[in-house]
Design a protein. Sequence first.
Length: 455
Amino acid sequence: GKTKTSKKGKAVKVVPMEEREIKTDKDQRRTEDVIVPSLRMYQDYPVYRSSLTLQRDKHIRFCLRGLDQLSASYSSLDSSRPWLVYWTLNSLDLLGAITPQFITDYQPRILSFLSLCQYPTGGFSGGPGIAQLPHLAPTYATLNALSILGTPEAYSLPNIPLLFSFLLSIKNPDGSFALHHNGETDIRGTYCAISVASMTNLLTHQNGALVRGVANFISRCQTFEGGIGGYPGNEAHGGYAFCGISCMNLIGELTDDKEEVLDLKRFMHWVVERQMEKEGGFQGRTHKLVDSCYSFWQGAVFPQLAPFFDVDERVLKLNNELKVTVRDKLRKENEGLKKEYLDKEAGNKGNLMNDQIKLQDYLLVCCQSHDGGMMDKPGKGRDYYHTCYALMGLSIGQSCDVVVGAETNALNEVDTRYGVRKEKANAIEQYFRSNDMFNNNNNNNNNNNNNNVHT
């Protein structure tokens, strides 16, 4: 190669820019060096996949400990306490641990705490009392937690008229939502507002006031890559992609005749490339490392987009856009897979457009802590955030009965629009559709609760 002379007169080799290894490349190589050897046995000899086991009991014990007592390391999340409730409850529900006895033992304490987070003017804050402002993120986490409990007592906790007023008060003229009064605006707030409104049957209230302009705002967040950023002009990101797709789905704008609003083909280009070829999990952004939480943030869009890219129409819709369809790629990568896996995959019209088997490999082999709980990647610590989203990603990967390992690894099914168990999402939607929360006695109870808590 070429050389140049340094200031000290020594010959120095010149490395072309395209051959230089930057920090991100080094981090990626180190990550692969750790993960790939762990996965090799299962990918080279797929018959061994039958031995992969979800450590269900350990994960349940880890989550129950989190509901009872958190370590000091979680003090930094003091302003996000409803999120901790949601993450632990959702993990337990996916694992099948929300039993009648659990509701008897834990619901009174959970509802007592969450009622302290309800703000007098509507919405929920990140902790008890009025020291923290009502905020869309803990409001979303609280509604999800209440849906998981799934009881009339849980459903009656939020003051729905005040909740609607709160949502309307932080809506911006361009269709987006601020996360709190005088707070930042991005697609996370818009999703949280729409998700909460959809669960509580508020999307059509006051002639759809909450929905106006939302689709246009989200469409402006789509980037040149095809992904979705947090705000128009921002880089595409997995969490924002989930927020955008789910939001459009909830407001009924995710349809074949709405491609002028959101270009689904360009979006699919972007999201299928976020699954890492060697690791099997997803990255959040281009040129970033794999992370188990994106098994949900990226993975949750595939079931929602499946109706527009189903098996029979997939080649017709994507052949001009993709050199090799994802389905063909999946077949080639799994040529050595046991015949029953291939037969199941080939005959299933609902199969997703990502490699569900390699995703489950990554989560089961690389992300389970020996003492329970899930982690980002090998070498990282377990926590309740990654436990929740990794388990949801695993559940999504098991869609269409594609369950890696023992049948006992199967988790409860996720409603990918909300991030809770599908049965629980259906139940809370039905409850609020069947009850006019603006004209019934439940809100008298809510007002009494608020007066008791905040006086």
